[in-house]
Design a protein around this ligand. Structure first.
Ligand code: NDP
Length: 316
């Protein structure tokens, strides 16, 4: 039987192209998505053969939906070899926070809390799987890291002392640090949480389970619909800016292939690592393990984030 990977958010962008790359490499893909017809059309548009994937519904913003997804996945009876947490929302123009069914701010609920619950539940499936090399990969981004050029543009991520999480993260609280709502910062904060979660998973479970936990920054994939909630002019200029000025531009095909490589290839079997190809893309540039931002490598913060997240998703 083919090895099976679950990928969240495969209706477009990095997740869609990663699905194609996995299938090309002989894997079976479980696409975890909230819009089934859209995902089906997207898979068909890339010519992904039907026998190589299945689409199961998940809304990462809803804890109940995440739990139902895990039940649905178990019902298909395929052992799990890898999980890729890829789905995300970025809503830079919001003036007021949107809320998840539980009442949490939507960006953090989708990008971090939903994935946090999913990772915790599927850890069991990875443990029970007979696959010899099991991996859990969470997408990161350069904007999580103010030490790098791509991360210097304000607002910078800042989890504070997680005051917002400690206060229950419901209205009027909308940010993890308990401060004023700022949608771009909410995205960056959520991506810091993704890296902290990966590192804490590694610290807690790598040795006892042998699972490899990693993150990656695939490059600036400027043409994905991630930027669909931005000004139209931005959407036009951003890919050109990344292509010709910063040199950070990466095609969706290449980004998707990088995700599959990190999950499948041997050199990436290094638990706790955050992989990057740098900010300036050069042909055949090699990947390397990159140091994450000071906040994202703060072990005490990772532990506290874990404990508070457990409470918010109902695991503790
Ligand atoms: P896209 O917007 O193209 O893809 C995001 C995916 O997530 C879509 O399939 C979307 O589904 C899905 N999604 C959103 N909300 C939910 C939800 N509540 N439940 C289930 N699925 C959901 O963006 P990208 O491909 O660019 O981004 C993918 C990942 O790559 C993200 O983690 C992002 O942070 C990361 N990344 C992207 C970079 C870039 O330059 N683009 C750079 C660095 C990292 P739907 O179609 O239903 O909205």
């Amino acid at each position: 039987q083919k090895p099976t990977v679950i990928i969240t958010g495969t209706s477009s962008g990095v997740g869609l192209y990663a699905s194609k790359s996995f299938v090309d490499r002989g894997w079976y893909v479980v696409m975890a998505c909230r819009d089934i017809p859209k995902t089906e059309a997207a898979a068909q548009s890339l010519g992904i053969a039907k026998e190589n994937y299945t689409i199961l519904p998940i809304d990462l913003a809803s804890l109940e939906s995440v739990r139902n997804f895990v039940k649905d996945f178990r019902a298909i009876g395929r052992p799990l070899t890898a999980l890729v947490c890829n789905a995300a929302i970025y809503m830079p123009l919001l003036k007021e926070p949107l809320r998840s069914p539980e009442g949490y701010e939507l960006t953090m609920a989708t990008n971090h809390l939903g994935h946090f619950l999913l990772c915790n539940l599927l850890l069991e499936d990875l443990k029970n799987s007979p696959a010899p090399d099991k991996r859990l990969v969470i997408l990161g981004t350069v904007t999580h890291n103010p030490d790098e050029l791509g991360g210097k543009i304000p607002p910078r991520p800042d989890l504070g002392n997680l005051e917002g999480f400690a206060a229950g993260f419901k209205a009027p609280v909308s940010m993890i640090d308990g401060k004023k709502f700022e949608p771009v910062k909410a995205y960056k904060d959520s991506k810091v949480c993704n890296v902290l979660t990966m590192r804490e998973l590694h610290r807690r479970y790598h040795e006892s389970t042998g699972i490899t936990f990693t993150s990656l920054y695939p490059g600036c994939v400027a043409e994905t619909p991630l930027f669909r909630n931005h000004y139209p002019l931005f959407q036009k200029l951003f890919p050109l800016f990344q292509k010709y000025i910063t040199g950070g531009y990466v095609s969706q095909e290449l980004a998707g292939d990088r995700v599959a490589a990190v999950v499948i290839e041997q050199p990436y079997r290094q638990s706790g690592a955050y992989w990057s190809w740098g900010n300036r893309q050069k042909k055949d540039r090699k990947s390397f393990v990159q140091q994450v931002s000071p906040q994202a490598r703060d072990d005490a913060k990772a532990e506290r984030l874990w404990e508070l997240s457990e409470k918010l998703v109902g695991l503790a």
